[in-house]
Design a protein around this ligand. Structure first.
Ligand code: BJW
Length: 244
């Protein structure tokens, strides 16, 4: 593998972009495909501001169920591999679409969370953010001290991503020599554009998924469960990426 493009003195810039599939083997359901339904609802019908405006209790019941599910799960070997990459690679960026907090629990320190966190609540009136890890929640829907409804501190369809986070992720994608795209269907934007940005800059893009996606035609596809395949790939490429 070449060292950093155009500069033999620098080690490669490595970016990892993760989606729900990275947590699948921890027992966290993905959004789409088998197991993607909660009761009879699709994630696309619940993860919207309109759904929350219509029925905050229903949406909060879904999030409360997901918080309970995640709280009972542990990070898996893929999360741990990503944390190890961060600890040894000098130029490393982790970007996740996940809100479950499993990267952090595996030891990742700098996580660009594109879609927020399950473990933060936000006041719908004042925007105040409150960390909260109660499972189950004491009251559904939860309310702020000011009396207004709290909402999950996540990014729903039609909402903009936190500006500083998507900007940092975009810059990392532009500067990437290697991008690993792990467990995402690559259909939700702007996250799905990040590998395209990296490809345009001639980065090596490696996808880890149990099935091909729209990205697969343009990347190297490592087919199989992330918790199995990512540690194997890392063991085979660690020395190259470290310039050893
Ligand atoms: C395994 C595995 C194993 C399983 N190992 N792999 C440009 C074009 C078209 C549309 C748009 C566009 N720009 C914006 C849009 C609109 C929209 C969008 O993208 N729609 C698409 C559906 C078409 N985007 C937005 O609205 C975004 N906002 C925005 O862009 O603002 C500006 C704007 C607004 C309006 C119009 C235009 C511009 C916001 C997107 C927010 C997404 N939010 C959610 C919910 C977060 C909170 C929560 O968790 O509740 O984020 S939706 C959901 O999808 C969640 C996920 O992060 C996200 C991505 O899903 P992910 O992670 O890929 O999961 P899955 O289930 O889809 O896939 C899992 C994959 O893992 C699969 O491939 C499996 O095969 C694989 N897998 N087991 C490895 N063991």
């Amino acid at each position: 593998m070449p060292r950093s493009r155009g500069d033999q003195g620098h080690l490669p810039a490595v970016v990892v972009l993760t989606g729900a599939g990275v947590s699948a083997e921890s027992g966290v359901p993905t959004f789409r495909g088998a197991g993607g339904l909660w009761r009879t609802y699709r994630a696309e019908d619940l993860a919207t501001p309109e759904a929350f405006a219509r029925d905050p209790r229903l949406v909060w019941e879904w999030y409360d169920w997901r918080r309970q599910t995640v709280a009972a799960c542990e990070p898996n070997a893929a999360h741990r591999t990503v944390a190890e990459m961060e600890s040894v690679l000098p130029d490393f960026t982790l970007v996740t679409q996940n809100v479950d907090g499993l990267h952090e629990r595996a030891g990742s320190r700098n996580v660009l969370r594109l879609h927020g966190s399950l473990w933060s609540l936000r006041c719908t009136r004042e925007g105040l953010r409150v960390p909260n890890d109660d499972v189950p929640l004491a009251d559904i829907p939860p309310r702020c001290a000011c009396g207004a409804l709290m909402r999950p501190d996540v990014v729903w369809f039609g909402e903009t991503l936190p500006g500083s986070v998507i900007e940092a992720a975009w810059r990392a994608a532009e500067a990437a020599d290697v991008m690993l795209v792990v467990g995402t269907s690559s259909i939700v934007y702007p996250a799905a554009a990040l590998p395209v940005v990296a490809l345009r800059r001639r980065a090596r893009v490696v996808e880890f998924n149990i099935e091909p996606t729209d990205l697969s035609a343009y990347s190297e596809l490592v087919l199989g469960p992330a918790a199995e395949m990512l540690p194997v790939w890392w063991a085979a490429h660690r020395d190259e990426l470290l310039g050893a």
